[in-house]
Design a binder for this molecule. Structure first.
Ligand SMILES: NC(=O)c1ccc[n+]([C@@H]2O[C@H](COP(=O)([O-])OP(=O)(O)OC[C@H]3O[C@@H](n4cnc5c(N)ncnc54)[C@H](OP(=O)(O)O)[C@@H]3O)[C@@H](O)[C@H]2O)c1
Length: 312
């Protein structure tokens, strides 16, 4: 419970043992009270000085139109303050429509989108960014990611140059990468003028990524955990069920909490209101050190869809 005490107990800003910072987001006393009760509004510091909410709401495999719009509105109502979309998900416009409808102020919501592989390259990346920000209907995007290293060295480095320039223009606050392995990160760190703030990769107890974790930690690159629920595939694993029972929590909540305690930013996805709400209930308990070690032992290189961290 030490984390909960810290989250509720601080005043302006505090950092707890998991590297989580808490800031007052509003001078309005009602909203401040709400945000103090809502761990989802807590943030982690990025290497560029910006801060990212602890948990993101993923919208992959969420149909454009009503399904995405409704899911994002439910997520915002449940307290999520971080939405993770991508051009390839084809729902940026629907995310933007939800953002127009919500009463949550823009500056309290962290929006991520991603440059798809077929638009990599210097000019192409700039044009793709313009399309994304227009589809989202926003003045700025909080985080823009190179979706994967797949198109090869030349194109991904050109894309990064474009992202650095877009960041300078003020239209994006933070820039980062996704699905980058250590060799991709090293290649980028040799030439970049702005370090990636995050690397978004698939991570779960079943796919631990210890080496990438170590490298990113050493270089101050925050890890975002995609498919933190293993796309639902491991939620009935007996060993996980046993741990969940012990805490009177769902297996999904255990996986999300595992990610937070590792210092990652998990991005759970759901299109169901009850699951969206339940997946957010991860701030009233802490997994013991012993059980964290137990969960870490589940690692079996379980990849749900793709693993470009291993590509050339
Ligand atoms: N950068 C990348 O290459 C990349 C790749 C994949 C994903 N991502 C990001 O990461 C996000 C999450 O990953 P993901 O969508 O692949 O999978 P995920 O979050 O690991 O799992 C989502 C699946 O779990 C189900 N689910 C959610 N909550 C549940 C609960 N409480 N109980 C039972 N089932 C539950 C969902 O079903 P329902 O929706 O039907 O509830 C869905 O089938 C994505 O949405 C996207 O933003 C990024």
């Amino acid at each position: 419970m030490s984390q909960l005490r810290i989250l509720l107990g601080e005043r302006e800003t505090a950092v707890n043992q998991h590297g989580i910072i808490r800031r007052r987001v509003s001078m309005n006393p009602t909203r401040t009270l709400f945000s103090r009760m809502n761990g989802l509004a807590s943030r982690r510091l990025l290497n560029d000085g910006n801060a990212i909410p602890l948990v993101g709401f993923g919208v992959y495999n969420t149909r454009p139109g009503k399904e995405t719009e409704q899911a994002v509105l439910w997520a915002l109502d449940a307290g999520y303050r971080h939405i993770d979309t991508a051009t390839i998900y084809e729902n940026e416009k629907s995310v933007g429509d939800a953002l127009k409808k919500t009463n949550v102020p823009r500056d309290e919501i962290f929006v991520t989108t991603k440059l798809w592989d077929t638009s990599q390259g210097y000019q192409e990346a700039k044009a793709a960014f313009e399309k994304s920000i227009t589809a989202l209907g926003l003045d700025y995007i909080d985080l823009y990611l190179v979706h994967s290293p797949s198109p090869g060295k030349k194109l991904r480095l050109e894309s990064w140059k474009a992202l650095e320039e877009i960041q300078k223009s003020g239209k994006v606050k933070s820039i980062g990468v996704s699905n980058y392995g250590i060799h991709h990160l090293k290649e980028l760190l040799e030439v970049c003028t702005v370090k990636p703030a995050v690397n978004q990769i698939e991570i779960s107890p079943y796919l631990a990524r210890t080496e990438i974790e170590k490298f990113c930690k050493e270089h101050g690159i925050l890890l975002e955990a995609f498919s933190p629920l293993t796309m639902g595939e491991k939620l009935k694993d007996d060993r996980l069920v046993a741990i969940a029972k012990k805490y009177n929590k769902t297996t999904a909540q255990i996986l999300i909490r595992w990610s937070i305690q590792h210092g990652y930013v998990p991005l759970p996805k759901s299109v169901h209101k009850e699951r969206i709400e339940s997946n957010a209930q991860v701030f009233d308990f802490e997994i013991s050190e012993e059980d964290m070690k137990q969960l870490d032992k589940f690692d079996e290189y379980f990849v749900t869809e793709w693993d470009p961290t291993r590509y050339d």
